[in-house]
Design a binder for this molecule. Structure first.
Ligand code: MG
Length: 212
């Protein structure tokens, strides 16, 4: 398989931020006298659209609107976002992919402007031809942006590899026809990723091996 283009997810795939999402959400829940959840619960239950995860956590969205919780979450996340680091092999991996002449983009459910800012601050902008985020903070789905991106490429779907850390990444890959591999250590447990039936990898170096 000769891949010519890689679509990377951002949160939990390149950026190690699941721990921050867990801490921020537990802070919001603490302010509402709700019980905090563990990292294990988070990886077992978190998913897209995130409104469904908020319901699982027990938020009463009738009295405490999703819109208000989303703004509170993203405000607290953004105040601490610079505490997050890239996973250890990310810089070397995207640099190597770039050197091999493959195209690379980031397709994220994160809001576009803050995505671009953080990728820039971490010194990665030069490796990606596009940073594709959402135009809002509600993290519902990135399928529409994925379809539009695939339609803009000169490649056949099987020449495109999507790398993510959640079942939503797998769903998007299926929808656009791209191959998919999933990385453990992000926002969902290995068991959930394995249920998708695509390779679940333990490191970014393994992605590079797969690209040949
Ligand atoms: Mg992710």
């Amino acid at each position: 398989m000769a891949y010519r283009h890689v679509i990377w997810d951002w949160n939990g795939t390149l950026l190690d931020d699941a721990w921050l999402c867990l801490e921020v959400m537990n802070g919001l829940m603490d302010r509402r006298a709700m019980q905090p959840v563990t990292a294990e619960f988070y990886q077992r239950e978190f998913g897209f659209p995130v409104i469904d995860y908020y319901r699982k956590l027990g938020f009463d969205l009738e009295r405490d609107p999703f819109d208000r919780i989303s703004h509170e979450f993203i405000g607290a996340y953004n105040r601490r976002r610079l505490e997050c680091q890239l996973f250890p092999q990310v810089r070397a991996t995207v640099e190597a992919v770039h050197t091999r002449g493959l195209g690379q983009v980031i397709l994220s459910a994160h809001e576009q402007r803050t995505l671009a800012e953080l990728v820039g601050l971490l010194g990665l902008s030069a490796y990606f031809s596009q940073l594709i985020g959402l135009d809002n903070i509600y993290a519902a789905s990135k399928a529409a942006n994925g379809r539009a991106h695939m339609a803009s490429l000169p490649h056949a779907p099987h020449e495109v590899l999507l790398v993510g850390d959640t079942t939503h990444d797998y769903e998007v890959a299926c929808e656009i026809g791209a191959d998919c591999v999933l990385l453990e250590g992000g926002h969902q447990s290995r068991a959930r990723l394995e249920a998708c039936g695509v390779p679940v990898l333990g490191s970014h170096a393994e992605v590079l091996e797969l690209l040949g």
